[in-house]
Design a protein around this ligand. Structure first.
Ligand SMILES: Cc1cc2nc3c(=O)[nH]c(=O)nc-3n(C[C@H](O)[C@H](O)[C@H](O)COP(=O)(O)OP(=O)(O)OC[C@H]3O[C@@H](n4cnc5c(N)ncnc54)[C@H](O)[C@@H]3O)c2cc1C
Length: 490
Protein backbone atom coordinates (compact mmCIF):
# COMPACT_ATOMS: atom_id res chain seq x y z
CA UNK A 1 0.00 0.00 0.00
CA UNK A 2 1.37 3.45 -0.93
CA UNK A 3 2.10 5.68 2.03
CA UNK A 4 1.43 9.40 2.35
CA UNK A 5 2.49 11.90 4.99
CA UNK A 6 0.28 14.96 5.23
CA UNK A 7 1.90 17.89 7.02
CA UNK A 8 -0.69 19.95 8.89
CA UNK A 9 -4.22 19.13 10.06
CA UNK A 10 -5.87 22.29 8.77
CA UNK A 11 -8.81 22.12 6.31
CA UNK A 12 -6.52 21.58 3.30
CA UNK A 13 -4.43 18.84 4.91
CA UNK A 14 -7.41 17.00 6.40
CA UNK A 15 -9.52 17.10 3.24
CA UNK A 16 -6.60 15.68 1.24
CA UNK A 17 -5.93 13.01 3.87
CA UNK A 18 -9.56 11.93 3.74
CA UNK A 19 -9.64 11.71 -0.06
CA UNK A 20 -6.41 9.70 -0.14
CA UNK A 21 -7.35 7.36 2.70
CA UNK A 22 -10.59 6.64 0.84
CA UNK A 23 -8.54 5.76 -2.25
CA UNK A 24 -6.64 3.17 -0.21
CA UNK A 25 -3.46 5.05 0.69
CA UNK A 26 -1.89 4.62 4.12
CA UNK A 27 -2.18 8.20 5.39
CA UNK A 28 -0.43 9.79 8.38
CA UNK A 29 -1.30 13.36 9.27
CA UNK A 30 1.34 15.17 11.33
CA UNK A 31 0.20 18.30 13.15
CA UNK A 32 2.48 20.65 15.06
CA UNK A 33 -0.24 22.17 17.26
CA UNK A 34 -1.90 20.39 20.18
CA UNK A 35 -5.19 20.17 18.31
CA UNK A 36 -6.43 19.85 14.73
CA UNK A 37 -8.00 22.58 12.57
CA UNK A 38 -5.25 25.17 12.09
CA UNK A 39 -6.74 28.62 11.54
CA UNK A 40 -10.15 26.90 11.51
CA UNK A 41 -9.79 25.17 14.85
CA UNK A 42 -12.21 25.29 17.74
CA UNK A 43 -11.13 27.74 20.39
CA UNK A 44 -12.19 27.32 24.03
CA UNK A 45 -12.41 30.48 26.09
CA UNK A 46 -13.70 29.58 29.56
CA UNK A 47 -16.97 27.71 28.96
CA UNK A 48 -17.43 29.28 25.52
CA UNK A 49 -16.60 27.67 22.17
CA UNK A 50 -15.57 29.69 19.11
CA UNK A 51 -14.41 29.17 15.57
CA UNK A 52 -10.90 30.67 15.48
CA UNK A 53 -11.23 31.75 11.86
CA UNK A 54 -13.80 30.88 9.19
CA UNK A 55 -17.45 31.65 9.94
CA UNK A 56 -18.73 32.21 6.36
CA UNK A 57 -19.34 28.90 4.60
CA UNK A 58 -20.39 29.11 0.98
CA UNK A 59 -20.36 26.85 -2.08
CA UNK A 60 -21.01 23.73 -0.03
CA UNK A 61 -21.05 21.66 -3.22
CA UNK A 62 -17.27 21.52 -3.07
CA UNK A 63 -17.32 20.35 0.54
CA UNK A 64 -19.91 17.74 -0.40
CA UNK A 65 -17.58 16.54 -3.16
CA UNK A 66 -14.82 15.95 -0.62
CA UNK A 67 -17.09 13.87 1.59
CA UNK A 68 -18.53 12.09 -1.46
CA UNK A 69 -14.96 11.18 -2.46
CA UNK A 70 -14.91 9.13 0.73
CA UNK A 71 -18.50 7.89 0.29
CA UNK A 72 -19.68 9.98 3.25
CA UNK A 73 -23.03 11.79 3.07
CA UNK A 74 -22.49 15.23 4.57
CA UNK A 75 -25.91 15.10 6.28
CA UNK A 76 -24.75 12.07 8.27
CA UNK A 77 -21.78 13.85 9.83
CA UNK A 78 -22.66 17.55 10.01
CA UNK A 79 -25.76 19.61 10.79
CA UNK A 80 -25.86 22.41 8.23
CA UNK A 81 -28.26 25.33 8.34
CA UNK A 82 -28.76 27.68 5.39
CA UNK A 83 -28.86 31.23 6.70
CA UNK A 84 -31.67 33.63 5.98
CA UNK A 85 -31.06 36.53 6.34
CA UNK A 86 -27.48 36.53 5.07
CA UNK A 87 -26.12 39.50 7.00
CA UNK A 88 -26.70 42.98 8.35
CA UNK A 89 -24.73 45.80 6.76
CA UNK A 90 -24.25 48.94 8.85
CA UNK A 91 -23.08 52.13 7.18
CA UNK A 92 -22.69 55.46 8.98
CA UNK A 93 -26.04 56.74 7.65
CA UNK A 94 -28.02 53.56 7.03
CA UNK A 95 -28.44 49.96 7.92
CA UNK A 96 -30.10 47.08 6.08
CA UNK A 97 -30.25 43.31 6.11
CA UNK A 98 -29.71 41.26 2.96
CA UNK A 99 -31.71 38.09 2.47
CA UNK A 100 -31.15 34.68 0.95
CA UNK A 101 -33.32 35.69 -1.99
CA UNK A 102 -32.41 37.74 -5.04
CA UNK A 103 -35.86 39.29 -5.54
CA UNK A 104 -35.99 40.37 -1.88
CA UNK A 105 -32.53 41.86 -2.15
CA UNK A 106 -33.45 43.78 -5.30
CA UNK A 107 -36.31 45.40 -3.37
CA UNK A 108 -34.15 46.11 -0.32
CA UNK A 109 -31.41 47.72 -2.40
CA UNK A 110 -33.94 49.68 -4.47
CA UNK A 111 -35.42 51.14 -1.28
CA UNK A 112 -32.02 52.36 -0.07
CA UNK A 113 -30.43 53.26 -3.42
CA UNK A 114 -33.24 54.24 -5.81
CA UNK A 115 -32.68 52.88 -9.30
CA UNK A 116 -30.41 50.06 -8.14
CA UNK A 117 -32.91 47.15 -7.99
CA UNK A 118 -32.84 46.38 -11.71
CA UNK A 119 -29.09 46.98 -11.89
CA UNK A 120 -28.65 44.42 -9.12
CA UNK A 121 -30.74 41.87 -11.01
CA UNK A 122 -28.67 42.49 -14.14
CA UNK A 123 -25.48 42.13 -12.07
CA UNK A 124 -26.66 38.78 -10.71
CA UNK A 125 -27.67 37.61 -14.18
CA UNK A 126 -24.26 38.52 -15.66
CA UNK A 127 -22.39 37.00 -12.74
CA UNK A 128 -24.12 33.66 -13.27
CA UNK A 129 -22.48 33.48 -16.69
CA UNK A 130 -19.08 34.51 -15.32
CA UNK A 131 -19.37 31.94 -12.56
CA UNK A 132 -20.19 29.17 -15.06
CA UNK A 133 -17.23 30.09 -17.25
CA UNK A 134 -14.68 30.69 -14.52
CA UNK A 135 -15.34 27.94 -11.99
CA UNK A 136 -14.06 25.12 -14.29
CA UNK A 137 -10.70 26.91 -14.37
CA UNK A 138 -10.48 26.71 -10.60
CA UNK A 139 -11.32 23.02 -10.53
CA UNK A 140 -8.24 21.85 -12.41
CA UNK A 141 -4.50 21.99 -11.79
CA UNK A 142 -2.70 25.00 -13.21
CA UNK A 143 0.86 23.87 -13.65
CA UNK A 144 2.27 26.27 -16.24
CA UNK A 145 1.43 29.03 -18.66
CA UNK A 146 0.83 26.32 -21.30
CA UNK A 147 -2.41 25.61 -19.46
CA UNK A 148 -3.74 28.85 -20.95
CA UNK A 149 -4.35 26.84 -24.12
CA UNK A 150 -6.74 24.51 -22.34
CA UNK A 151 -10.28 24.63 -23.67
CA UNK A 152 -11.85 25.65 -20.36
CA UNK A 153 -9.38 28.50 -19.99
CA UNK A 154 -9.72 29.75 -23.52
CA UNK A 155 -13.45 29.96 -23.03
CA UNK A 156 -13.26 31.37 -19.47
CA UNK A 157 -10.40 33.83 -19.92
CA UNK A 158 -12.44 36.65 -21.49
CA UNK A 159 -14.53 36.63 -18.31
CA UNK A 160 -11.57 37.10 -15.99
CA UNK A 161 -11.07 40.79 -16.90
CA UNK A 162 -7.51 40.73 -15.56
CA UNK A 163 -6.93 44.46 -15.80
CA UNK A 164 -10.02 45.49 -13.85
CA UNK A 165 -10.68 45.46 -10.11
CA UNK A 166 -13.82 44.32 -8.31
CA UNK A 167 -14.74 47.98 -7.72
CA UNK A 168 -14.17 48.85 -11.42
CA UNK A 169 -16.52 46.08 -12.44
CA UNK A 170 -19.22 47.06 -9.98
CA UNK A 171 -19.07 50.68 -11.18
CA UNK A 172 -20.48 49.43 -14.48
CA UNK A 173 -23.70 48.61 -12.66
CA UNK A 174 -23.91 50.94 -9.69
CA UNK A 175 -23.23 54.61 -9.11
CA UNK A 176 -23.39 54.75 -5.36
CA UNK A 177 -20.01 54.02 -3.76
CA UNK A 178 -21.70 52.67 -0.64
CA UNK A 179 -23.65 50.13 -2.66
CA UNK A 180 -20.39 49.10 -4.32
CA UNK A 181 -19.02 48.47 -0.83
CA UNK A 182 -22.10 46.41 0.08
CA UNK A 183 -21.34 44.10 -2.86
CA UNK A 184 -17.56 44.06 -2.57
CA UNK A 185 -16.71 43.76 1.14
CA UNK A 186 -16.19 40.07 0.32
CA UNK A 187 -12.76 41.03 -1.15
CA UNK A 188 -11.65 41.01 2.46
CA UNK A 189 -12.11 37.23 2.44
CA UNK A 190 -9.13 37.33 0.12
CA UNK A 191 -7.42 39.78 2.44
CA UNK A 192 -7.59 42.43 -0.27
CA UNK A 193 -9.11 45.79 -1.07
CA UNK A 194 -11.96 45.69 -3.63
CA UNK A 195 -10.08 48.46 -5.43
CA UNK A 196 -7.20 46.02 -6.05
CA UNK A 197 -8.80 42.56 -6.03
CA UNK A 198 -9.19 41.24 -9.61
CA UNK A 199 -12.64 41.83 -11.13
CA UNK A 200 -13.44 38.13 -11.28
CA UNK A 201 -13.97 38.18 -7.51
CA UNK A 202 -17.30 39.91 -7.97
CA UNK A 203 -18.43 36.27 -8.05
CA UNK A 204 -17.99 36.13 -4.27
CA UNK A 205 -21.04 38.35 -3.65
CA UNK A 206 -22.86 36.46 -6.40
CA UNK A 207 -22.17 33.08 -4.80
CA UNK A 208 -23.41 34.27 -1.41
CA UNK A 209 -26.60 35.76 -2.86
CA UNK A 210 -27.27 32.93 -5.31
CA UNK A 211 -26.19 29.80 -3.42
CA UNK A 212 -26.43 30.96 0.19
CA UNK A 213 -24.34 30.91 3.33
CA UNK A 214 -24.35 28.11 5.88
CA UNK A 215 -23.84 27.64 9.57
CA UNK A 216 -22.59 24.31 10.88
CA UNK A 217 -23.91 23.31 14.29
CA UNK A 218 -21.01 23.57 16.72
CA UNK A 219 -19.16 25.91 14.34
CA UNK A 220 -17.34 25.49 11.04
CA UNK A 221 -14.51 23.81 12.97
CA UNK A 222 -16.79 20.72 13.13
CA UNK A 223 -15.99 20.10 9.47
CA UNK A 224 -12.38 19.35 10.43
CA UNK A 225 -13.54 16.94 13.11
CA UNK A 226 -15.83 15.16 10.65
CA UNK A 227 -12.86 14.81 8.27
CA UNK A 228 -10.67 13.51 11.11
CA UNK A 229 -13.19 10.90 12.21
CA UNK A 230 -13.64 9.62 8.67
CA UNK A 231 -9.84 9.47 8.16
CA UNK A 232 -9.42 7.40 11.32
CA UNK A 233 -12.28 5.10 10.28
CA UNK A 234 -10.25 4.41 7.12
CA UNK A 235 -7.16 3.51 9.17
CA UNK A 236 -5.46 6.85 8.66
CA UNK A 237 -3.64 8.32 11.65
CA UNK A 238 -3.54 11.89 12.96
CA UNK A 239 -0.84 12.87 15.42
CA UNK A 240 -0.96 16.25 17.15
CA UNK A 241 2.03 17.84 18.93
CA UNK A 242 4.06 16.40 16.05
CA UNK A 243 5.80 19.23 14.22
CA UNK A 244 7.76 18.65 11.03
CA UNK A 245 11.20 20.22 11.27
CA UNK A 246 12.46 19.41 7.80
CA UNK A 247 11.43 17.92 4.51
CA UNK A 248 13.91 15.12 3.70
CA UNK A 249 15.03 15.19 0.08
CA UNK A 250 17.41 12.90 -1.82
CA UNK A 251 18.28 13.56 -5.45
CA UNK A 252 15.39 16.03 -5.81
CA UNK A 253 12.95 13.42 -4.50
CA UNK A 254 11.17 13.71 -1.15
CA UNK A 255 11.63 10.61 0.96
CA UNK A 256 10.09 11.69 4.26
CA UNK A 257 10.30 14.24 7.05
CA UNK A 258 12.35 14.90 10.15
CA UNK A 259 10.24 15.76 13.18
CA UNK A 260 10.91 18.36 15.87
CA UNK A 261 11.96 15.56 18.23
CA UNK A 262 14.70 14.52 15.78
CA UNK A 263 13.06 11.27 14.63
CA UNK A 264 12.31 10.64 10.96
CA UNK A 265 9.28 9.33 9.07
CA UNK A 266 9.37 8.03 5.53
CA UNK A 267 6.62 7.89 2.91
CA UNK A 268 6.14 7.60 -0.84
CA UNK A 269 4.36 10.95 -1.06
CA UNK A 270 4.39 14.11 1.05
CA UNK A 271 1.49 16.54 1.05
CA UNK A 272 2.20 19.95 2.54
CA UNK A 273 -0.94 21.39 4.10
CA UNK A 274 0.94 23.86 6.30
CA UNK A 275 0.98 27.54 5.28
CA UNK A 276 2.96 27.43 2.03
CA UNK A 277 5.26 30.43 2.52
CA UNK A 278 5.94 29.69 6.19
CA UNK A 279 6.69 26.02 5.56
CA UNK A 280 8.97 26.67 2.59
CA UNK A 281 11.01 29.25 4.47
CA UNK A 282 11.42 27.31 7.68
CA UNK A 283 11.33 23.65 6.74
CA UNK A 284 12.61 23.16 3.17
CA UNK A 285 16.28 23.71 2.28
CA UNK A 286 16.55 26.70 -0.01
CA UNK A 287 18.68 24.68 -2.47
CA UNK A 288 15.74 22.37 -3.05
CA UNK A 289 13.25 25.04 -4.00
CA UNK A 290 14.64 26.92 -6.89
CA UNK A 291 11.41 28.75 -7.74
CA UNK A 292 10.80 29.79 -4.16
CA UNK A 293 13.92 31.43 -2.76
CA UNK A 294 13.57 33.25 0.57
CA UNK A 295 13.85 36.49 -1.40
CA UNK A 296 10.93 35.57 -3.62
CA UNK A 297 8.84 34.49 -0.65
CA UNK A 298 9.61 37.74 1.17
CA UNK A 299 8.61 39.68 -1.94
CA UNK A 300 5.24 38.01 -2.28
CA UNK A 301 2.31 40.36 -1.99
CA UNK A 302 0.49 38.95 1.06
CA UNK A 303 -2.95 39.54 2.51
CA UNK A 304 -3.96 41.76 5.37
CA UNK A 305 -4.37 40.24 8.82
CA UNK A 306 -7.05 40.12 11.51
CA UNK A 307 -7.26 41.42 15.06
CA UNK A 308 -9.62 39.09 16.90
CA UNK A 309 -11.74 39.44 20.02
CA UNK A 310 -13.51 36.31 21.26
CA UNK A 311 -15.89 37.46 23.99
CA UNK A 312 -17.93 35.37 26.42
CA UNK A 313 -21.06 37.31 27.43
CA UNK A 314 -23.50 36.84 30.30
CA UNK A 315 -26.43 37.50 27.95
CA UNK A 316 -27.64 36.67 24.44
CA UNK A 317 -28.17 39.61 22.10
CA UNK A 318 -31.04 39.26 19.66
CA UNK A 319 -28.85 40.39 16.77
CA UNK A 320 -28.03 38.98 13.30
CA UNK A 321 -25.72 36.02 12.82
CA UNK A 322 -23.32 38.10 10.68
CA UNK A 323 -22.97 41.90 10.93
CA UNK A 324 -20.53 44.09 9.01
CA UNK A 325 -19.94 47.59 10.33
CA UNK A 326 -18.36 49.77 7.67
CA UNK A 327 -15.97 52.56 8.63
CA UNK A 328 -17.02 56.11 7.84
CA UNK A 329 -14.51 56.30 5.02
CA UNK A 330 -14.38 52.67 3.93
CA UNK A 331 -12.42 53.35 0.76
CA UNK A 332 -9.57 54.91 2.74
CA UNK A 333 -9.81 52.17 5.36
CA UNK A 334 -9.27 49.33 2.90
CA UNK A 335 -6.52 51.27 1.15
CA UNK A 336 -4.71 51.88 4.45
CA UNK A 337 -5.04 48.35 5.74
CA UNK A 338 -4.69 46.26 2.60
CA UNK A 339 -2.35 48.37 0.48
CA UNK A 340 -0.38 50.67 2.78
CA UNK A 341 -0.17 48.38 5.80
CA UNK A 342 -1.31 51.12 8.17
CA UNK A 343 -4.21 51.18 10.61
CA UNK A 344 -6.52 54.21 10.63
CA UNK A 345 -8.64 55.16 13.66
CA UNK A 346 -11.83 54.86 11.63
CA UNK A 347 -12.27 51.06 11.85
CA UNK A 348 -14.41 48.52 10.05
CA UNK A 349 -15.56 45.49 12.03
CA UNK A 350 -17.22 42.11 11.48
CA UNK A 351 -19.34 40.62 14.29
CA UNK A 352 -20.35 36.95 14.46
CA UNK A 353 -23.19 36.13 16.85
CA UNK A 354 -23.94 32.41 16.39
CA UNK A 355 -25.44 31.58 19.81
CA UNK A 356 -29.07 32.57 19.06
CA UNK A 357 -29.28 29.73 16.49
CA UNK A 358 -26.80 27.34 18.09
CA UNK A 359 -27.08 26.56 21.79
CA UNK A 360 -24.05 24.26 21.80
CA UNK A 361 -21.58 27.14 21.89
CA UNK A 362 -22.18 28.76 25.27
CA UNK A 363 -23.70 27.95 28.67
CA UNK A 364 -27.47 28.50 28.94
CA UNK A 365 -28.47 32.17 28.82
CA UNK A 366 -24.95 33.23 27.76
CA UNK A 367 -23.36 33.77 24.37
CA UNK A 368 -20.07 34.00 22.55
CA UNK A 369 -19.34 36.95 20.30
CA UNK A 370 -16.57 36.79 17.69
CA UNK A 371 -15.25 40.14 16.49
CA UNK A 372 -12.83 40.50 13.59
CA UNK A 373 -11.10 43.76 12.71
CA UNK A 374 -9.16 43.68 9.41
CA UNK A 375 -5.71 45.08 10.22
CA UNK A 376 -2.25 45.21 8.60
CA UNK A 377 -0.09 42.09 8.66
CA UNK A 378 3.16 41.93 10.64
CA UNK A 379 5.09 43.70 7.89
CA UNK A 380 3.73 46.95 9.38
CA UNK A 381 5.65 48.64 12.18
CA UNK A 382 2.83 48.22 14.72
CA UNK A 383 3.84 46.84 18.11
CA UNK A 384 0.87 44.50 18.61
CA UNK A 385 1.44 43.78 22.30
CA UNK A 386 1.13 47.47 22.99
CA UNK A 387 -1.53 48.28 20.40
CA UNK A 388 -3.96 45.48 21.22
CA UNK A 389 -5.28 47.06 24.41
CA UNK A 390 -6.18 50.40 22.83
CA UNK A 391 -7.48 48.64 19.72
CA UNK A 392 -9.80 46.56 21.86
CA UNK A 393 -11.24 49.70 23.51
CA UNK A 394 -11.56 51.44 20.15
CA UNK A 395 -13.41 48.43 18.71
CA UNK A 396 -15.79 48.25 21.67
CA UNK A 397 -16.47 52.01 21.38
CA UNK A 398 -17.35 51.55 17.73
CA UNK A 399 -19.62 48.56 18.35
CA UNK A 400 -21.43 50.20 21.28
CA UNK A 401 -22.00 53.42 19.37
CA UNK A 402 -23.09 51.98 16.01
CA UNK A 403 -24.81 48.66 16.64
CA UNK A 404 -27.45 47.08 18.89
CA UNK A 405 -24.68 45.89 21.23
CA UNK A 406 -25.03 49.20 23.14
CA UNK A 407 -23.98 47.90 26.58
CA UNK A 408 -21.52 45.26 25.39
CA UNK A 409 -18.77 46.11 27.89
CA UNK A 410 -21.11 45.48 30.83
CA UNK A 411 -21.69 41.89 29.73
CA UNK A 412 -18.19 40.60 29.00
CA UNK A 413 -17.23 37.78 31.37
CA UNK A 414 -14.48 36.11 29.31
CA UNK A 415 -12.20 37.37 26.58
CA UNK A 416 -9.36 36.31 24.36
CA UNK A 417 -7.53 38.57 21.92
CA UNK A 418 -5.45 37.48 18.92
CA UNK A 419 -3.16 39.77 16.94
CA UNK A 420 -1.33 39.37 13.62
CA UNK A 421 1.77 38.44 15.59
CA UNK A 422 -0.15 35.62 17.30
CA UNK A 423 -1.29 34.31 13.92
CA UNK A 424 2.33 34.27 12.86
CA UNK A 425 3.84 32.77 16.03
CA UNK A 426 1.11 30.40 17.23
CA UNK A 427 -0.55 29.39 13.94
CA UNK A 428 2.63 29.38 11.80
CA UNK A 429 1.25 31.85 9.26
CA UNK A 430 3.73 33.73 7.07
CA UNK A 431 3.72 37.44 8.00
CA UNK A 432 0.53 36.83 10.00
CA UNK A 433 -1.19 37.26 6.62
CA UNK A 434 -4.17 35.09 7.51
CA UNK A 435 -5.64 35.02 4.00
CA UNK A 436 -2.31 33.90 2.52
CA UNK A 437 -0.60 35.16 -0.62
CA UNK A 438 -2.77 37.90 -2.04
CA UNK A 439 -4.95 37.10 -5.03
CA UNK A 440 -3.72 39.79 -7.35
CA UNK A 441 -3.65 38.54 -10.90
CA UNK A 442 0.14 38.15 -10.89
CA UNK A 443 -0.20 35.61 -8.06
CA UNK A 444 -3.00 33.51 -9.48
CA UNK A 445 -3.25 30.57 -11.88
CA UNK A 446 0.25 29.55 -13.06
CA UNK A 447 1.80 32.23 -10.82
CA UNK A 448 0.39 30.68 -7.63
CA UNK A 449 2.19 27.68 -6.10
CA UNK A 450 0.74 24.70 -8.01
CA UNK A 451 -0.73 21.63 -6.31
CA UNK A 452 2.18 19.50 -7.50
CA UNK A 453 5.53 20.89 -6.41
CA UNK A 454 7.87 21.24 -9.34
CA UNK A 455 11.39 21.26 -7.88
CA UNK A 456 11.01 18.17 -5.66
CA UNK A 457 9.35 14.97 -6.82
CA UNK A 458 6.61 13.34 -4.71
CA UNK A 459 5.60 16.61 -3.05
CA UNK A 460 2.10 18.07 -3.35
CA UNK A 461 0.75 21.36 -2.02
CA UNK A 462 -2.69 22.16 -0.65
CA UNK A 463 -4.28 24.96 1.36
CA UNK A 464 -4.92 28.65 1.00
CA UNK A 465 -1.42 29.55 -0.20
CA UNK A 466 -1.70 27.32 -3.26
CA UNK A 467 -3.84 27.05 -6.40
CA UNK A 468 -6.73 27.89 -6.64
CA UNK A 469 -6.67 30.15 -3.55
CA UNK A 470 -7.62 31.07 0.00
CA UNK A 471 -11.05 30.47 1.59
CA UNK A 472 -12.60 27.14 2.52
CA UNK A 473 -14.21 26.16 -0.80
CA UNK A 474 -11.03 26.89 -2.77
CA UNK A 475 -8.94 25.12 -0.13
CA UNK A 476 -11.13 22.02 -0.43
CA UNK A 477 -10.75 22.36 -4.18
CA UNK A 478 -6.94 22.33 -3.79
CA UNK A 479 -7.36 19.02 -1.95
CA UNK A 480 -9.56 17.55 -4.68
CA UNK A 481 -7.00 18.55 -7.31
CA UNK A 482 -3.98 17.29 -5.34
CA UNK A 483 -5.59 13.94 -4.46
CA UNK A 484 -6.39 13.36 -8.12
CA UNK A 485 -2.87 14.31 -9.21
CA UNK A 486 -1.31 11.99 -6.64
CA UNK A 487 -3.46 9.09 -7.76
CA UNK A 488 -2.82 9.78 -11.43
CA UNK A 489 0.94 9.95 -10.92
CA UNK A 490 1.27 6.60 -9.12
C1 LIG B 1 -9.73 35.12 11.20
C2 LIG B 1 -9.98 34.33 9.95
C3 LIG B 1 -11.23 34.34 9.36
C4 LIG B 1 -11.47 33.58 8.22
N1 LIG B 1 -12.72 33.57 7.71
C5 LIG B 1 -13.00 32.76 6.67
C6 LIG B 1 -14.36 32.57 6.29
O1 LIG B 1 -15.28 33.13 6.90
N2 LIG B 1 -14.62 31.73 5.25
C7 LIG B 1 -13.61 31.06 4.60
O2 LIG B 1 -13.91 30.30 3.66
N3 LIG B 1 -12.32 31.21 4.96
C8 LIG B 1 -11.99 32.02 5.99
N4 LIG B 1 -10.69 32.12 6.43
C9 LIG B 1 -9.59 31.60 5.58
C10 LIG B 1 -9.29 30.08 5.57
O3 LIG B 1 -10.43 29.35 5.29
C11 LIG B 1 -8.70 29.54 6.86
O4 LIG B 1 -7.62 30.30 7.25
C12 LIG B 1 -8.24 28.07 6.73
O5 LIG B 1 -8.08 27.53 8.02
C13 LIG B 1 -6.91 27.90 6.02
O6 LIG B 1 -6.71 26.52 5.86
P1 LIG B 1 -5.33 25.87 5.46
O7 LIG B 1 -5.54 24.40 5.46
O8 LIG B 1 -4.81 26.51 4.23
O9 LIG B 1 -4.29 26.31 6.61
P2 LIG B 1 -4.33 26.22 8.19
O10 LIG B 1 -5.70 26.28 8.72
O11 LIG B 1 -3.36 27.25 8.68
O12 LIG B 1 -3.74 24.77 8.51
C14 LIG B 1 -2.36 24.48 8.43
C15 LIG B 1 -2.00 23.50 9.53
O13 LIG B 1 -0.62 23.14 9.39
C16 LIG B 1 -0.03 23.08 10.69
N5 LIG B 1 1.43 23.22 10.57
C17 LIG B 1 2.13 24.33 10.24
N6 LIG B 1 3.45 24.08 10.23
C18 LIG B 1 3.59 22.77 10.55
C19 LIG B 1 4.71 21.92 10.70
N7 LIG B 1 5.96 22.36 10.52
N8 LIG B 1 4.51 20.62 11.05
C20 LIG B 1 3.23 20.14 11.25
N9 LIG B 1 2.14 20.92 11.12
C21 LIG B 1 2.31 22.21 10.76
C22 LIG B 1 -0.69 24.23 11.42
O14 LIG B 1 -0.57 24.11 12.82
C23 LIG B 1 -2.14 24.09 10.92
O15 LIG B 1 -2.88 23.21 11.74
C24 LIG B 1 -10.41 32.83 7.60
C25 LIG B 1 -9.16 32.83 8.21
C26 LIG B 1 -8.95 33.53 9.38
C27 LIG B 1 -7.62 33.43 10.05
Amino acid sequence: MKSVIVVGAGPGGLATALLLSAKGYQVSVLEKAHTIGGRSKRLHVGDFKFDSGPTFLMQIDILKKVFAGASVAIEDVLTLERLNPLYALIFPDKRFILKDNVDDNAKILESHYPGSGDAYKKFMHDQAKIFDKVSPILQKPFMSRLNFFRKDILSGFPYLHPLQSVADRLKRYFKDEQLIHALSFQSKYLGMSPYKAPAVFTILAYMEHAFGLYHVKGGLNRINHAFAKAIQQRDGTIETNTGVKKLLVENKKAIGVELDDGTTRHADTIVIGADFAHFMKHHVDEDNRKNYSNKRIDNYDVSLSAFMMYLGLDKIYDAPHHTIVFSKDYKTYVKNVAEENTLPDDLSVYIHNPTPRDDTLAPKGKSGLYILVPVPNVKSSIDWEERKISLKEQTLDLIESRTEYKDLRNHIIEEKLLTPKDWQDDYYVHAGAVFNLSHRFGQMLHKRPPNQFKSIQNVYLVGGGTHPGSGLPTIYQSSLIAAELIDKNQ
